[in-house]
Structures are given as C-alpha cells and as structure tokens.
Ligand binder design. Sequence first.
Ligand code: ADP
Length: 397
Amino acid sequence: MLILICNVGSTSLKFRLFDMPEERTLAESKIERVGSANNSIFAFKNFNKNLEFEQEKVHVPDYGTGINLFLQYLTDGEYGAIASVDEVTAVGFKTVHAQGVSGIRLLNEEVIQAMEKYISIAPLHNRFYVDAIRKFIEILPDKPMVGVFETAFHLTMPPEARTYGIPYEWKEKYGIQRYGFHGNSHRFITNKVREISGKEEFKLISCHLGGSSSITAVKDGESLENSFGFSLQSGLSHANRAGDIDPYILVYLMKEEGYTLDQVLDDLTKRGGMYGISGVSNDLRDIQKSAEEGNARAKLAIDVFCYEIRKFIGSYYAILGGLDYLVFTGGIGENSVMVREKVCTSLAHLGIKIDLALNREGPKERFICAQDSPVKVLVAPTNEEIGIARDMFAFFN
Ligand code: ADP
C-alpha cells in the first residue's frame, strides 16, 4: 500500500512516499520558499533509482503549484517512483489542532472547518494546513485525505492534567483545556523505548527540543501530560515563541501601555522565546556562539531554556513516581551536546548519570548515560512521518 505524507510549513512543502507495511521510502521531495516568485528551491529523491537532484529559481507561487510539480516528478518516466497517482492509496498530514476533533480522521469538510475554527490559536500551522489540504482535494478529488492530529497521543491525559482553573463553561462551550502537541514525535519515541527495552511497562520522559519544544510524561506507553497547553504558544520557550506566561502580561500591556492585541500577539509569536531573550537569533547554534563570546543575554536565553526543561522533568518525575528512561529528540535534543549536558548534570539527584564522552559523540541513536545510571538516558532521532504512515496503514486495514 502506497501512502503519501505531506508536511506543510508556512513557506515549505515536504513529501514522502512510503510503501507500507514494509516501511520502504520510495521518494522524497522538498520545496522551499513557496510563495516567492521564481525563487523556490525544488529537491527530489527517488530511492529505488538512487537518483537525486535539486533545482533553484523554480516558480512555485502557491501550494497548488508545488503539489502539481511534485506529482509531475513523482510520476515522470525518467525520474518518477510510480507510473500514476492511482497507485497511491491515501495522502496523510500531520495536522495540528481542530475544535472537538483529534485522533486519526478523514479530512472532510466538517473536519477542515473544525481546523479553521482554531486558526487563531494555531496561527503558524492551521491556516497553512487548511490551504494545502484544500489544494490537494482539488488536485486529487478521489483520494482519501487523512489527518493524524498532534493532539492524538495525548488523549490519555487524565482530567486533572487537562483542566484549567477557569469557569467550567469555557471548557464545555469552547473546548478550553490542555491538549498537548507534538504527539506524533512523542509517540514515535515511546515506541522506540518499547522496542529497545522490550517492555510495555516503563516510566518515560520524552524531550522533543527544536524550533518548537515540548516534554511529555509517559507511563506504560500512555501520555499523562505534555508541556503544551490549549495552544502551541505555551510550555517551554520556543525559537521565536514565548512559552508559558502569565496572561495578565497581556492585560497590563494593553490596558496600561496602549498595545493592541495584534501587536502583543505578533511580539509573542515572532519576538519571543529564545530570540526574544537573546536578541541574537532564533537558532541555538548562533545563541551558543554568542554566549561563548560573552553575550550575557545569549547566555541567559540558554540558562532559561535549560532551567525550564529541568523544571518540567522534575514535575513529571513527581507525576510518574520515578523514571526509567529520559529521551532527547528534535533538532536541539538530537544535536546539542551542551543542552543535554547542562540538563542532565543538574539532575544527578534524580538518578540521571550522564556519560560526558558518550554525550559528546557516537551514533545518532545511542545511550548517553553511565552503565550504572538508574535512569537510562537516550538520544534518538525522531521520525514523525513513519509514525503517521503506520497509523494510516492501520486505519485502512
Ligand atoms: P523545528 O522544530 O522547526 O522542526 P528542528 O527540530 O529542526 O526545528 O530544530 C531546530 C533547532 O535545532 C535550532 O535551534 C538549531 O539551532 C538546533 N540545532 C540543529 N543542529 C544543532 C547542533 N549541531 N547543535 C546545536 N543545536 C542544533
């Protein structure tokens, strides 16, 4: 069964075609700078033919043009991985958030409208996904479009972890509660621990640290809590987005300092997080370099980020009643020796004994703890796409 996964960014489209259940990747493609006239970059890889190319200055003014371009190469006689799109069973998306909808769902008009209802709380995701999904439906009207929602893995969160101390009717009427996100990545990591340990029962804290970061407490394979709340503008500090803040910061800025809601929201999503604190960059590599050169705000940004990570790990340790596995994944989790070292060395009292040499180098997936560490610490690359393809295979079989 051929399953096509499409990952939608605000200015990018990524595609991967899987042959399931063998989990073979047949083709992969990426279009960057979607929307800029004659200046997009198109990359395509056919794994069977071992053929790969990248082309610059391509004209991809919108998602529809990008999807058509990819499908044209996918089915091309010379470059293509398949003879016709008829061979594809369904198209899958890592959908983020929708009012009253989670799990794995066929993306019909009702579900798409539920996603539109939450555009204001997932502004960096929902608008773009809805646009790309509608274009896909226009181009391939007979193919099922499927969303695997980022909230799905967290459906097991108990009511006490979900519920805010707000008027109860806000929860009932508008669905205002903690949802948790990054579910596809945290589920992939949970399955990885299952596979490595050979166990079904374990206490795990999964740290997905990247441009957007979150931490999940997992008990016996089920999510108990995630650091994101109602929206993705919460939890840890992100690249450009503020994490958890006191809502009265907005009240103060708007009532006393004359900010408009749009200004505050723009600042919180574009000028917040690691970028906001450091004033240097939204990329940890730049921030680290600047901190090493003596920039105090860059150092503070790193200190805040690592402090927040420790705080979540500590509270999840309490909720889980102990810890067996601590896993780092995502662009920062997989690559930042410094963040892992800072976090783990300060948590030795929880039984986390990092091995500094193993932390510094080794294969992409490896344990980075001492042999006698009570908590096993793992670095593992995430693979959300394969998780989605597995879910879709199960959905159609
Ligand atoms: P997104 O959440 O947007 O998918 P990623 O998971 O790719 O982002 O993570 C991006 C972050 O990973 C950036 O802050 C970048 O600095 C960080 N990163 C990537 N490689 C390294 C590295 N070798 N060392 C430290 N940080 C890194």
